[in-house]
Design a protein around this ligand. Structure first.
Ligand SMILES: O=C1O[C@H](COP(=O)(O)O)[C@@H](O)[C@H](O)[C@H]1O
Length: 242
């Protein structure tokens, strides 16, 4: 695991964008395409916007990039809560790519069927051996990642799959990669910044091992690389500074 610490979020984003460009080009040169699973929420928006900017757009052959979602809110694709919509407006709409390169969760199906359908689509894409080239993750203030929330059934699923989960407190469904599916990836990157994440980072890095309480502790790629891109505020509570 490597932890990259920056003074501010403004400094993290270009460094992560350069890392992404290098990964993309390495995989495209090696295998002709690059499979990416995006995260949602607020943190990645500026990163997506930078990738879509004039400075970065020309650095990748985007026609060779296939996009998936590590998790999705169970809402229509035009709902402001939709992770797909956020990625569309900040990234996809600015790239010259085909709709067939964007693998969305079909939230018109019921939650269990939507998860099964997305899992099947991923299995087909990878000929039954899923292994994303790049998975971007966020960290919730409660130490959830993707939509693997504390004290939910998703924490305990040991198959490389996609599952639905009902969040009692929010009264909503989410569709999410399981931890084993994330851990089968080649590069897993957390983008996490801000003082509101300091307790969660402290718990994940230095807390007792308790995946039910701190699901992000589940993330440990089997044969891949794990990197954290964080700012000083997010790691401010760590006893051992990375
Ligand atoms: O709900 C979600 O939360 C996490 C963290 O989001 P952030 O807004 O705190 O950065 C995110 O990674 C996940 O994709 C999203 O659905």
């Amino acid at each position: 695991m490597k932890t990259n610490v920056f003074k501010t979020p403004e400094e993290i984003i270009p460094s992560l964008a350069n890392y992404f460009v290098n990964c993309a080009n390495e995989f495209i040169n090696k295998q002709g395409k690059f499979s990416v699973a995006l995260s949602g929420g607020n943190s990645p928006k500026k990163f997506y916007e930078l990738l879509a900017s004039a400075d970065f757009k020309s650095k990748i052959d985007w026609k060779k990039v296939d996009f998936f979602f590590g998790d999705e809110r169970y809402v229509p694709q035009d709902d402001p809560e939709s992770n797909y919509l956020m990625a569309k407006t900040s990234l996809f709409d600015h790239l010259d790519i085909e709709d067939s390169q964007i693998y969305k969760v079909d939230t018109s199906l019921d939650p269990a069927t939507a998860a099964q359908d997305y899992g099947r689509c991923i299995c087909q894409y990878f000929d039954d051996k899923p292994s994303f080239d790049f998975v971007l993750l966020g960290l919730g203030d409660d130490a959830h990642t993707a939509s693997i929330f504390p004290h939910t059934s998703l924490v305990w699923i040991d198959e490389e799959n996609v599952k639905e989960v009902y969040l009692e407190d929010k009264q909503v469904y989410r569709i999410s990669f399981t931890a084993p599916l994330i851990n089968a990836s080649k590069n897993v990157v957390f983008l996490t910044f801000g003082a509101s994440k300091a307790d969660a980072i402290k718990a994940v890095f230095e807390g007792e091992k308790n995946v039910d309480l701190y699901p992000a502790q589940l993330i440990d790629p089997e044969n891949g690389e794990l990197q954290w891109f964080v700012d000083e505020a997010a790691v401010s509570k760590l006893t051992e500074k990375p």
